[in-house]
Design a protein around this ligand. Sequence first.
Ligand SMILES: [Zn+2]
Length: 90
Amino acid sequence: MTTREPEWTEQDRAEVLALALYRAEFCPCGCGQRYVDTTSDEETGPQFVADRVVCRARLALLEAQKAATTQDVVGGARIWRVRRSGGMGS
Ligand SMILES: [Zn+2]
């Protein structure tokens, strides 16, 4: 006797479709802006400016990885993770 996962409900399907449609709105280049905006007319469409910020979670991860010894036997089996610690909202 085999046990099956319950089939998707109409709600599940609707949510997946909504997510796909939501994601499809974004520019495929990875800029995070809406496709209709990024490909709009330069004269009449929105203007864009770019700057940079640091992802502090990624920074903590990179610093921890850099500090780890390369002689570690566990080596590539280690799974790195980032979690929130202290500060507001934790
Ligand atoms: Zn883009």
